[in-house]
Design a protein around this ligand. Sequence first.
Ligand code: SAM
Length: 244
Amino acid sequence: MSSYLEAIAALGGGSLHPGGFSHTLETMKRLTISPDDVVLDVGCGTGRTACYLARRFGAHVFALDKSEEMLAKARFRALQEGAEVHFVHGDALNMPFRDEVADLIVMESVLIFLPVRDVLKECYRVLKRNGVLVDVEMLASESLHPGAREKLKAFCGLPQIPTLGEWVNFFNEAGFSQVFMKQKRFPGVLEKFKEALYLDSCRVVSKELMTVNNLKILGKYMGLILRNRRSLGFGTFIVKKQPA
Ligand SMILES: C[S@@+](CC[C@H](N)C(=O)[O-])C[C@H]1O[C@@H](n2cnc3c(N)ncnc32)[C@H](O)[C@@H]1O
């Protein structure tokens, strides 16, 4: 786990992905989710999306994360919100789920931290035929200065910062067919304003972990993003497992 991920776990925010919770709500409008559906939130963080999906659609939601710190906060949120979510401690690279069990997999800012091909292979395995994968990930344009790219990768512990085309290739190579794709600029003032309408009432800050060092890490991350804003963005990918 990178020190950046440890720092955001300490801060305990609810939507640790580009676009935030307002973008999650927009994306979910594109899907049809029924109470019978099995939904996996892979890399669920503090569980905001998982709890929303369980409460809004009454689906069987399983939320997996590798960080116990994140999961503890997610369980607290579920209790507070009265959401029925099954939390699972596990690795996206080797999910403790059987083959073809899920109707929907949601990943928000998770793949970028991991070997993309291996995780997509796992997603393909656990999805039912015609099952859907929704993924929101940061991307970079060709204009991102190589030095800045390497700095951001090293700082956040990212094996890669793909371009839009590279993301699309990853999904295609893994055997998914594209349903929807949208590229947006990295959240600007308008998105920040929208997000302010969705304040997270269940945020749990770990006081003991809010060290000066962790605050510095978050500050440095914001600085790197702001300096390179014009070359960064994020993609929303909705893809489907093709029937055999
Ligand atoms: C940037 S956070 C996003 C959290 C959440 N999806 C959200 O949008 O708020 C990335 C999450 O992926 C989790 N993660 C990182 N590597 C993982 C792995 N190998 N398996 C499962 N979860 C992982 C981290 O613990 C963290 O909760």
